[in-house]
Design a protein around this ligand. Structure first.
Ligand code: FO1
Length: 307
């Protein structure tokens, strides 16, 4: 079965891990958000691609959610002594991927080529495709501090400023890598991972051609709600819904995807929606969507593939 999954970082990568266990071949294509990407200390950081690569290769730090397990931080300590900026942490081991990515991009390779190299080298069977080979930058519109580049908002300001909207700079000129739109057309199943709809999935949908190919796709599109009982499992998703004037719930998530969504999978503990059969015409399916263990990730993936 050919499966395409749209994913952000931590929550999405958990389900991607399960899907990768279930489909041990390149029949699985994961489309990664690159709106969080930025250049830091001269190095190109692609947080969601990094998280997917580390999670699918089993090298990730499960507690932090990003970066490598057993990481050390000597580089950050040395940087601090020299008065460098330390609000964004690059671990000693994590530096290797960033230095190699810098070298590859400087030689003229595309982000998709270097991502393909990393996933093959680390033995990941799924294809991981950046949503675009050209740069797209998420900018957060905030009440207190005006426009903030994504990582300044998310990491430096801990998602505290109140959001009024989002911009995806460069998205009008963005180019999906070769094979991305064909993968959607040929898929038997399309999965929207339980990632933040505003900052992880919307940037992917904004890349020219992607939303349209989801609307036109012959495969069913299945989303997993990142909201359970009015709160996000991790991160600022629920806060963003509230600040933008919506009540955070699977209904609000389904509303965002209504032009292409066929099935919304909600958590069995969600009081408001777990007994609904449809949300605005979208089929509702109920499962255990909270993924604490690897077994949970595989079980949710198996459930989605059986739907
Ligand atoms: N997240 C943090 O909260 N603090 C960090 O210092 C940090 C460093 C970092 C380095 C590499 C990388 O790939 C990701 C990193 N992240 C960090 C995670 C990341 O910035 C966010 O989780 C995502 O952008 C949101 O999906």
């Amino acid at each position: 079965m050919k499966v395409v999954a749209l994913s952000g970082g931590v929550g999405g990568a958990k389900l991607a891990f399960g899907l990768n266990r279930m489909i041990a071949s390149d029949d699985l294509t994961i489309i990664a958000n690159t709106g969080d990407d930025f250049c830091h200390h001269g190095l190109p950081v692609s947080p969601d691609i990094d998280t997917l690569i580390y999670t699918l290769s089993g090298l990730n730090d499960d507690v932090r959610g990003w970066g490598l397990r057993d990481e050390t931080w000597a580089f950050m300590g040395a940087l601090e002594k020299l008065g460098g900026e330390t609000w964004f942490n690059l671990g000693d081991r994590d530096l290797a991927m960033h230095v190699l990515r810098r070298e590859a991009l400087d030689k003229g390779q595309s982000l998709s080529t270097v991502t393909e190299y990393f996933r093959r080298t680390l033995g990941i069977s799924a294809r991981i495709l950046p949503m675009s080979d050209t740069s797209v930058s998420t900018i957060v519109e905030t009440v207190e501090e005006g426009l903030l580049p994504f990582q300044r908002y998310f990491v430096q300001r801990q998602s505290l400023p109140k959001v009024t909207g989002f911009r995806f700079e460069g998205v009008a000129q963005a180019l999906p890598p070769s094979g991305l739109l064909t993968a959607i057309q040929k898929a038997d199943r399309i999965v929207i991972c339980p990632s933040n709809p505003f900052i992880s999935i919307d940037p992917i949908l904004a890349v020219p051609g992607i939303r349209h190919s989801l609307i036109e796709a012959s495969a069913p599109v299945i989303a997993i709600s990142p909201i359970v009982n009015g709160e996000a499992i991790k991160g600022p998703t629920a806060k963003m819904f509230r600040e933008l004037g919506f009540t955070p719930s699977p209904i609000a998530v389904a509303e965002k995807y209504k032009d292409f969504l066929n099935v919304m999978v909600i958590d069995e503990t969600d009081v408001e929606t777990s007994n609904m059969s449809k949300i605005n015409g979208v089929e509702v399916e109920v499962a255990q969507t909270i993924m604490r263990t690897d077994a949970d990730k595989v079980a949710l993936a198996e459930y989605i593939l059986r739907l």
